[in-house]
Design a protein around this ligand. Sequence first.
Ligand code: NAD
Length: 297
Amino acid sequence: MRVGFIGLGNMGQAMARNLIRAGHQLVLYNRTRERADALAKEGAEVADSPATAAKQEVAITMLADDNALQSVIFGPNGIIQGMQPGGMHVSMSTISPALSQRLSAAHRERGQRYLAAPVFGRPEAAAAGKLTIVAAGPPDAVAKAKPLFDVLGERTFEVSEEPQHANLIKISGNFLIACVIESLGEVFALSRKAGLDPQKPFDVFSKTLFNAPVYKIYGPQIIEGKFSPPGFKLPLGLKDIRLMYAAADQLAVPMPFANVVHDNFLSAIANGHGDLDWSALALVAEERAGVTGGRAA
Ligand code: NAD
């Protein structure tokens, strides 16, 4: 399939590479052209605008946030101008349900198709083609994108015909992960303060009640202080909590834990951890407790 791919950051680069290797013809656009040129050596074409990349049968976007996506869609030489009637936009970034709804309407007006397919999984999972994809949109559009999803991920959940529902699930998932990081940070700070190696409680929990990928990924990372290079940058985590907050606010759903993790993300940034992985949220609990986890204070 001819696929436009827009956004070649930590995630997009690995995903685009897998599509090239699976035999799809990719036309790439990235704000910083060098990242696209690197993949051109592997057989992709490089476009000089989002509109040109989006002229293909399918255009995938994997950009940082709502602002980035809006500028690439509605800005000069944007995707909406480049896409042909009947063309399809597969929006895989983590964005607000509200923007997803707006995009759905904007594409429909122009006879273009739109589906939301945000993903779970870090850049290593993207490189291994093992993402979890949450897809929502018209069933025929999801069916058309399925061969691409099968390359990018190991499992695709079709959750709704309304695209914004996929985005709601994605931000809900990231809210849950942030709560796990926060609670692990608190428990490990407690252990350290008591003079107990945090690996001990982690072994007990991760082999029994909390025998789940989210604990197994983030527990060792926090204990070992492996926050750099960031797989998922801390400010992107804050962005997702803000999205959760806005969606909850709009629907009048109180979510007090979202307040807590939101403020702790701000503390992490205020204390100089903004360049680290979002698991560095756990450092806030350590700092409040006056422990440094063996790292320099
Ligand atoms: P990244 O910061 O590595 O890459 C962001 C991309 O957006 C880059 O291609 C950059 O050029 C582009 N961009 C940013 N601002 C722009 C603008 N104003 N105009 C045009 N382009 C702009 O981010 P990433 O880790 O690849 O994440 C991409 C998306 O996937 C985000 O929505 C993120 O929340 C989501 N996500 C990330 C992970 C992860 O672990 N990294 C996992 C699941 C989902």
